[in-house]
Write a protein that binds this ligand. Structure first.
Ligand code: F6R
Length: 244
Protein backbone atom coordinates (compact mmCIF):
# COMPACT_ATOMS: atom_id res chain seq x y z
CA UNK A 1 0.00 0.00 0.00
CA UNK A 2 1.25 3.45 -0.89
CA UNK A 3 0.20 5.93 1.81
CA UNK A 4 0.63 9.62 0.98
CA UNK A 5 0.01 12.38 3.54
CA UNK A 6 -0.45 15.80 1.95
CA UNK A 7 -0.31 19.20 3.59
CA UNK A 8 -3.93 20.13 2.95
CA UNK A 9 -7.06 19.45 0.89
CA UNK A 10 -5.74 21.16 -2.25
CA UNK A 11 -2.49 19.21 -2.21
CA UNK A 12 -4.44 15.98 -1.59
CA UNK A 13 -6.75 16.76 -4.51
CA UNK A 14 -3.84 17.42 -6.86
CA UNK A 15 -1.88 14.35 -5.76
CA UNK A 16 -4.91 12.11 -6.25
CA UNK A 17 -5.78 13.76 -9.58
CA UNK A 18 -2.22 13.00 -10.73
CA UNK A 19 -2.78 9.28 -10.15
CA UNK A 20 -5.87 9.37 -12.39
CA UNK A 21 -4.39 11.77 -14.96
CA UNK A 22 -1.26 9.65 -15.32
CA UNK A 23 -3.38 6.57 -15.99
CA UNK A 24 -5.62 8.33 -18.51
CA UNK A 25 -2.54 9.75 -20.29
CA UNK A 26 -0.85 6.34 -20.43
CA UNK A 27 -3.99 4.36 -21.26
CA UNK A 28 -6.53 6.70 -22.94
CA UNK A 29 -9.17 3.95 -23.19
CA UNK A 30 -9.01 2.99 -19.53
CA UNK A 31 -12.03 2.28 -17.33
CA UNK A 32 -12.41 4.38 -14.22
CA UNK A 33 -14.51 3.48 -11.19
CA UNK A 34 -15.71 6.76 -9.68
CA UNK A 35 -17.00 7.98 -6.32
CA UNK A 36 -19.16 10.88 -5.20
CA UNK A 37 -19.17 12.73 -1.85
CA UNK A 38 -17.41 15.87 -0.68
CA UNK A 39 -13.88 14.47 -0.68
CA UNK A 40 -13.31 14.04 -4.45
CA UNK A 41 -14.82 17.40 -5.51
CA UNK A 42 -11.39 19.09 -5.58
CA UNK A 43 -9.86 16.15 -7.39
CA UNK A 44 -12.55 16.31 -10.09
CA UNK A 45 -11.91 20.06 -10.47
CA UNK A 46 -8.23 19.24 -11.08
CA UNK A 47 -9.16 16.65 -13.72
CA UNK A 48 -11.39 19.23 -15.43
CA UNK A 49 -8.35 21.57 -15.55
CA UNK A 50 -6.10 18.81 -16.91
CA UNK A 51 -8.60 18.16 -19.67
CA UNK A 52 -9.01 21.87 -20.49
CA UNK A 53 -5.21 22.20 -20.62
CA UNK A 54 -5.05 19.35 -23.14
CA UNK A 55 -3.04 17.18 -20.76
CA UNK A 56 -5.63 14.40 -20.91
CA UNK A 57 -8.74 13.47 -22.86
CA UNK A 58 -11.67 11.44 -21.59
CA UNK A 59 -13.04 10.74 -25.05
CA UNK A 60 -12.17 7.03 -24.94
CA UNK A 61 -12.65 6.55 -21.18
CA UNK A 62 -15.46 4.44 -19.71
CA UNK A 63 -16.67 5.04 -16.17
CA UNK A 64 -18.62 3.02 -13.61
CA UNK A 65 -19.74 4.79 -10.44
CA UNK A 66 -19.75 3.02 -7.12
CA UNK A 67 -23.28 3.66 -6.02
CA UNK A 68 -26.61 5.44 -6.28
CA UNK A 69 -29.50 6.11 -3.93
CA UNK A 70 -32.41 3.73 -4.46
CA UNK A 71 -35.45 5.75 -5.51
CA UNK A 72 -33.68 8.74 -7.03
CA UNK A 73 -33.86 9.14 -10.83
CA UNK A 74 -30.72 10.27 -12.70
CA UNK A 75 -31.96 13.85 -13.06
CA UNK A 76 -32.70 14.30 -9.32
CA UNK A 77 -30.45 17.04 -7.97
CA UNK A 78 -29.28 14.81 -5.08
CA UNK A 79 -28.69 11.74 -7.23
CA UNK A 80 -25.12 10.59 -7.69
CA UNK A 81 -25.66 10.64 -11.43
CA UNK A 82 -26.45 14.36 -11.21
CA UNK A 83 -23.39 14.90 -8.97
CA UNK A 84 -21.12 13.30 -11.56
CA UNK A 85 -22.49 15.46 -14.38
CA UNK A 86 -22.19 18.55 -12.22
CA UNK A 87 -18.64 17.88 -11.03
CA UNK A 88 -17.04 16.08 -13.96
CA UNK A 89 -18.96 14.71 -16.93
CA UNK A 90 -20.44 18.02 -18.16
CA UNK A 91 -17.02 19.71 -18.02
CA UNK A 92 -14.80 17.22 -19.85
CA UNK A 93 -14.84 15.66 -23.31
CA UNK A 94 -16.26 12.34 -22.10
CA UNK A 95 -18.82 10.45 -24.19
CA UNK A 96 -21.67 10.38 -21.64
CA UNK A 97 -23.05 7.17 -23.13
CA UNK A 98 -19.89 5.54 -21.75
CA UNK A 99 -20.58 6.70 -18.18
CA UNK A 100 -22.46 4.32 -15.89
CA UNK A 101 -24.18 4.77 -12.53
CA UNK A 102 -26.46 2.16 -10.90
CA UNK A 103 -30.07 2.80 -11.90
CA UNK A 104 -31.63 4.30 -8.77
CA UNK A 105 -34.95 4.68 -10.57
CA UNK A 106 -35.34 0.91 -10.95
CA UNK A 107 -37.42 -0.21 -7.94
CA UNK A 108 -36.48 -3.84 -8.59
CA UNK A 109 -33.37 -3.92 -6.42
CA UNK A 110 -32.33 -7.41 -7.41
CA UNK A 111 -32.56 -6.68 -11.13
CA UNK A 112 -30.88 -3.27 -10.86
CA UNK A 113 -27.92 -4.71 -8.93
CA UNK A 114 -27.55 -7.86 -11.04
CA UNK A 115 -27.62 -5.79 -14.26
CA UNK A 116 -24.95 -3.41 -12.96
CA UNK A 117 -22.66 -6.20 -11.79
CA UNK A 118 -23.08 -8.03 -15.11
CA UNK A 119 -22.37 -4.84 -17.09
CA UNK A 120 -19.08 -4.24 -15.24
CA UNK A 121 -18.00 -7.86 -15.77
CA UNK A 122 -19.04 -7.88 -19.45
CA UNK A 123 -17.07 -4.69 -19.97
CA UNK A 124 -13.93 -6.36 -18.58
CA UNK A 125 -13.77 -4.70 -15.16
CA UNK A 126 -12.33 -1.49 -13.82
CA UNK A 127 -8.71 -0.34 -14.20
CA UNK A 128 -8.71 2.20 -11.38
CA UNK A 129 -11.33 2.53 -8.67
CA UNK A 130 -11.54 5.81 -6.77
CA UNK A 131 -12.94 5.58 -3.23
CA UNK A 132 -13.87 7.99 -0.47
CA UNK A 133 -14.10 6.73 3.10
CA UNK A 134 -17.20 6.87 5.30
CA UNK A 135 -16.82 7.87 8.96
CA UNK A 136 -17.81 4.30 9.84
CA UNK A 137 -15.33 2.79 7.37
CA UNK A 138 -17.79 2.22 4.55
CA UNK A 139 -16.58 2.11 0.96
CA UNK A 140 -19.22 2.61 -1.68
CA UNK A 141 -22.24 2.09 0.53
CA UNK A 142 -20.92 -1.14 2.01
CA UNK A 143 -21.70 -0.45 5.65
CA UNK A 144 -20.12 -2.24 8.66
CA UNK A 145 -21.35 -5.81 8.49
CA UNK A 146 -20.67 -9.35 9.65
CA UNK A 147 -19.41 -10.30 6.19
CA UNK A 148 -17.87 -8.72 3.11
CA UNK A 149 -20.69 -8.67 0.53
CA UNK A 150 -19.24 -9.70 -2.82
CA UNK A 151 -21.37 -8.20 -5.57
CA UNK A 152 -23.44 -5.10 -6.33
CA UNK A 153 -26.22 -5.10 -3.75
CA UNK A 154 -28.99 -3.04 -2.19
CA UNK A 155 -28.10 -1.80 1.29
CA UNK A 156 -29.97 -0.20 4.15
CA UNK A 157 -28.00 2.91 5.03
CA UNK A 158 -26.95 3.22 8.66
CA UNK A 159 -28.10 6.04 10.89
CA UNK A 160 -24.57 7.51 10.81
CA UNK A 161 -24.52 7.58 6.98
CA UNK A 162 -28.02 9.06 6.74
CA UNK A 163 -27.03 11.76 9.24
CA UNK A 164 -23.74 12.49 7.41
CA UNK A 165 -25.52 12.74 4.05
CA UNK A 166 -28.42 14.82 5.34
CA UNK A 167 -26.24 17.95 5.01
CA UNK A 168 -26.98 17.86 1.29
CA UNK A 169 -30.78 17.53 1.64
CA UNK A 170 -33.36 20.04 2.89
CA UNK A 171 -34.21 17.74 5.79
CA UNK A 172 -33.10 14.37 7.12
CA UNK A 173 -36.47 12.82 6.15
CA UNK A 174 -35.62 13.38 2.50
CA UNK A 175 -32.43 11.29 2.64
CA UNK A 176 -33.09 7.94 0.96
CA UNK A 177 -32.66 5.02 3.34
CA UNK A 178 -31.36 2.55 0.79
CA UNK A 179 -28.76 2.55 -1.96
CA UNK A 180 -27.44 0.29 -4.71
CA UNK A 181 -23.69 -0.19 -4.34
CA UNK A 182 -20.88 -2.16 -5.90
CA UNK A 183 -19.98 -4.96 -3.50
CA UNK A 184 -16.66 -5.39 -1.74
CA UNK A 185 -15.79 -8.08 -4.28
CA UNK A 186 -16.65 -5.73 -7.18
CA UNK A 187 -14.38 -3.07 -5.67
CA UNK A 188 -11.53 -5.49 -4.89
CA UNK A 189 -11.60 -6.74 -8.52
CA UNK A 190 -10.37 -3.33 -9.77
CA UNK A 191 -6.75 -3.48 -10.92
CA UNK A 192 -5.78 -0.39 -8.96
CA UNK A 193 -7.46 1.41 -6.05
CA UNK A 194 -7.12 5.06 -5.06
CA UNK A 195 -8.56 6.20 -1.72
CA UNK A 196 -8.95 9.84 -0.68
CA UNK A 197 -9.85 11.18 2.77
CA UNK A 198 -9.53 14.59 4.37
CA UNK A 199 -10.28 16.37 7.63
CA UNK A 200 -9.86 15.62 11.31
CA UNK A 201 -13.19 13.78 11.39
CA UNK A 202 -11.67 11.01 9.26
CA UNK A 203 -8.45 10.61 11.32
CA UNK A 204 -9.67 7.70 13.50
CA UNK A 205 -11.22 5.74 10.66
CA UNK A 206 -8.18 6.23 8.38
CA UNK A 207 -5.93 4.77 11.12
CA UNK A 208 -8.32 1.87 11.78
CA UNK A 209 -8.95 1.07 8.13
CA UNK A 210 -5.37 1.04 6.94
CA UNK A 211 -3.39 0.16 10.07
CA UNK A 212 -5.90 -1.84 12.15
CA UNK A 213 -7.24 -5.38 11.84
CA UNK A 214 -9.04 -6.43 8.65
CA UNK A 215 -12.70 -6.88 9.56
CA UNK A 216 -16.09 -6.44 7.84
CA UNK A 217 -16.92 -4.15 10.78
CA UNK A 218 -14.54 -1.69 9.06
CA UNK A 219 -15.25 -2.47 5.39
CA UNK A 220 -12.35 -0.37 4.03
CA UNK A 221 -9.88 -2.49 6.02
CA UNK A 222 -10.21 -5.21 3.35
CA UNK A 223 -8.23 -2.90 1.04
CA UNK A 224 -5.12 -3.94 3.01
CA UNK A 225 -5.39 -7.20 1.02
CA UNK A 226 -5.46 -5.49 -2.39
CA UNK A 227 -2.12 -5.60 -4.24
CA UNK A 228 -2.24 -2.06 -5.65
CA UNK A 229 -3.72 0.56 -3.32
CA UNK A 230 -2.74 4.22 -3.07
CA UNK A 231 -4.20 6.18 -0.15
CA UNK A 232 -3.96 9.97 -0.32
CA UNK A 233 -4.98 11.94 2.77
CA UNK A 234 -4.48 15.45 4.08
CA UNK A 235 -2.47 16.07 7.27
CA UNK A 236 -5.60 16.15 9.46
CA UNK A 237 -6.95 12.81 8.22
CA UNK A 238 -3.47 11.26 8.49
CA UNK A 239 -2.81 12.60 11.99
CA UNK A 240 -3.59 9.37 13.88
CA UNK A 241 -1.66 7.02 11.62
CA UNK A 242 1.54 5.37 12.77
CA UNK A 243 4.67 7.21 11.59
CA UNK A 244 5.20 6.61 7.87
C1 F6R B 1 -19.76 7.94 -2.58
C2 F6R B 1 -19.46 6.82 -1.70
C3 F6R B 1 -19.21 7.00 -0.26
C4 F6R B 1 -18.35 8.21 0.08
C5 F6R B 1 -18.13 8.31 1.59
C6 F6R B 1 -17.33 9.54 1.96
O1 F6R B 1 -19.97 7.51 -3.91
O2 F6R B 1 -19.47 5.72 -2.17
O3 F6R B 1 -18.58 5.83 0.22
O4 F6R B 1 -17.13 8.11 -0.58
O5 F6R B 1 -19.36 8.36 2.22
O6 F6R B 1 -18.09 10.66 1.66
P1 F6R B 1 -17.50 12.15 1.82
O7 F6R B 1 -16.44 12.28 0.78
O8 F6R B 1 -18.66 13.05 1.53
O9 F6R B 1 -16.96 12.25 3.19
Amino acid sequence: MKFIICKDYDEMSRAAADVISDLVAAQPDCTLGLATGSTPIGLYAELVKDCADGKISFKDVDTYNLDEYRGLPADHVQSYHYFMKDNLFDHVDIDQSRTHVPDGSNPDAQAACAEYEAAIKAHGGVDLQLLGLGHNGHIGFNEPNTEFVKETNCVDLTESTITANSRLFDSIDQVPTQAYTMGIGTIMAAKKILVVANGEGKADIVAQAFFGPVTPQVPASVLQFHPDVTVVVDAAAGSKCPQQ
